[in-house]
Design a protein around this ligand. Structure first.
Ligand code: CP
Ligand code: NVA
Length: 303
């Protein structure tokens, strides 16, 4: 067991550390940034689930900072044949300077981190998707100036994205309203912990959540690993679409966010997704910038 610094969940960073991360991401995003804090360093990317954005943004980000990223599908490495996580962690720590992992069970990522002597970054678990919410927050800051005093509305499944938004609200102190169908709410412990820190409400009514909100955000109804529940979920989530009518209830300045991939006509209408309030492409781009800042902070040679 080691005391190496990891990023498994947003509260792993203090509020000042999060603010510094966003400042660094903004600096790295500006043209002319040429520092190479990852020179000579390698990040391993373990994927047990599919990915477009996470894989490409980490690979490109590591390269742009002078480092290297190694794609490790869990189907190909011995982890997928049953080599224990704790053994994988200690072996990879002898070669690499950091590990990003995307997998199912959050406890597996915690175990990897507890046995690794290099930083571990959570690239999505069934419980959390913290890197995505960092990118979303950077997008909010760029579009609205700040999240202070703003209301974020989450409409749909109480999934890994919702849980990370709850953590973000608790860490940064903005108001979050979640509208989820009965039985599809967020993690109860994460919710309770953060409701002690800021105003977070849970309702089954999307209109109640969206009314006056400055950010409206959603995600697919069936996440990776829940494909066999697609039909049951489609019935349970009827009425949870972010469409133009729902956006009209939000603040006139409101932006729409979606982590992608999106299912048009299910959780979001084509009109909203492609419309003037949508920031989804900036949001996807910002994965690159926040993760570069994250890699530099955790693995960078200048620290
Ligand atoms: N939003 C996100 O994490 O996308 P990928 O599944 O493509 O990595
Ligand atoms: N909630 C989705 C997010 C995908 C980026 C999933 O876990 O599949």
């Amino acid at each position: 067991m080691t005391s190496t610094r990891h990023f498994l969940t947003i509260p792993d960073f203090t509020r000042p550390e999060l603010l510094a991360l966003f400042d660094l991401a903004a600096r790295m995003k500006r043209p002319g940034y040429t520092d190479t804090p990852l020179a000579g360093r390698t990040l391993g990317l373990i994927f047990a689930k599919s990915s477009t954005r996470t894989r490409v943004s980490f690979e490109v980000g590591a390269y742009q900072l002078g480092g290297h990223a190694l794609f490790l599908s869990s189907r190909d490495i011995q982890l997928g044949r049953g080599e224990p996580i704790r053994d994988t962690a200690r072996v990879l720590s002898r070669y690499l300077d950091g590990i990003m992992i995307r997998t199912f069970d959050h406890a597996d990522v915690e175990e990897l981190a507890s046995y690794a002597s290099i930083p571990v970054i959570n690239g999505l678990t069934d419980l959390l998707h913290p890197c995505q919410v960092l990118a979303d927050l950077l997008t909010v800051r760029e579009s609205l100036g700040t999240w202070d005093g703003k209301v974020v509305a989450w409409v749909g499944d109480g999934n890994n994205m919702a849980n990370s938004w709850i953590n973000a609200a608790g860490s940064l102190g903005f108001e979050l309203r979640l509208a989820c169908p009965d039985g599809y709410g967020p993690d109860a412990r994460i919710l309770a912990r953060n409701q002690a820190k800021t105003r977070i409400t849970l309702t089954t009514d999307p209109c109640e959540a969206a009314r006056g909100a400055q950010v409206v955000t959603t995600d697919v109804w069936a996440s990776m690993g829940q494909e066999q529940e697609q039909e049951v979920r489609a019935r349970a989530f009827q009425g949870y679409i972010v469409d133009a009518a729902l956006m009209r209830l939000a603040d006139p300045s409101a932006i729409f966010l979606h982590c992608l991939p999106a299912h048009r006509g299910e959780e979001v209408s084509e009109e909203v997704f492609e419309g003037p309030r949508s920031r989804v492409w900036d949001e996807a781009e910002n994965r690159l910038h926040v993760q570069k800042a994250l890699m530099a902070t955790l693995m960078g040679g200048w620290q």
